[in-house]
Unconditional design. Structure first.
Length: 281
């Protein structure tokens, strides 16, 4: 929806889960010399200020990245993620938070390419500004990523990570995500697809993981982080999940070692927990 601005939520517990997983996926792709593409269907603005503007209205980052920022006991996968946040804040003060495109850009090599979609009329302008010096390595599209991605698959190197993370404020996003994935898999079955979703009391959210599992019988991973019991009023985010199709074989072990620490650190009440499911080849 065009009213949604991710800056309100930048750096919250859902971003921590999403971006920690994203860094692991990109690190794995970089282990081979062959190039890859990173494709983001809902790119947002790219970088967010935590000290002015929208983020200060909710300060959701205080219950997310801020709780990891000064820790010296981070598990290795989380340390790799926080290192990327630190690179954007070289003075040691947590002032800015990178969105998924900026994290991906930081980890890209010269031979890799990025394709970003954003249909919010203001966000796309900010995104263009943030990637003004990227050249042809990063191409930005003003439009609907659900539809636009079809023309990009399969990518020339036959290696890609696709991130799909709409706001889900419009409940049709759940169905659109499923249809998009079906189409993507028919065009490029071996790509890695990472889907973020919110844990909210809406029925569409609650049944979404099981619907994702039916896309293919094997070679998927599902991880979720619940930070609190559902809100009594029925509104609000109490956790999130990541569903990865064709994940690297190393990811499940990394998350098994990481998620208990995240629950302990980001959990807000006794209902905090994680779930990890993996189906290999």
């Amino acid at each position: 929806m065009l009213s949604y601005r991710h800056a309100f939520h930048a750096g919250n517990h859902a971003d921590v889960l999403k971006h920690a997983v994203l860094v692991q996926l990109l690190d794995y792709l970089r282990q081979k010399d062959k190039s890859y593409w990173y494709i983001d269907t809902h790119a947002g603005a790219g970088v967010y200020s935590l000290q002015e503007g929208y983020a200060t209205k909710t300060s959701e980052f205080e219950s997310g990245i801020a709780k990891l920022w000064s820790r010296t006991d981070l598990p290795a996968p989380l340390a790799a993620y926080v290192d990327e946040i630190a690179a954007l804040n070289p003075d040691g003060q947590l002032r800015y938070y990178p969105g998924s495109p900026y994290l991906a850009w930081r980890l890209m090599r010269e031979q890799d390419r990025m394709r970003l979609f954003e249909m919010h009329t203001t966000e796309i302008d900010v995104l263009r500004h943030n990637f003004r010096d990227a050249g042809r390595r990063a191409m930005l599209y003003d439009g609907d990523g659900f539809e636009g991605i079809k023309a990009l698959l399969p990518p020339p190197p036959r290696r890609a990570l696709v991130l799909i993370d709409p706001s889900y404020e419009d409940k049709r996003d759940y169905t659109r995500t499923l249809h998009c994935l079906e189409e993507c898999l028919s065009r490029f079955a071996t790509g890695t697809y990472a889907v973020w979703y919110p844990q909210v009391t809406r029925l569409e959210s609650q049944r979404f993981p099981d619907q994702l599992k039916r896309l293919q019988s094997k070679n998927w991973l599902h991880v979720s982080l619940t930070v609190s019991r559902p809100p009594s009023g029925g509104f609000g985010l109490f956790g999130s999940g990541m569903f990865i199709l064709n994940p690297p074989y190393t990811l499940a072990a990394a998350l098994k070692a990481t998620m208990p620490w995240l629950v302990k650190t980001l959990g807000q009440d006794q209902d905090a927990q994680f779930q990890l499911e993996y189906r290999g080849d």
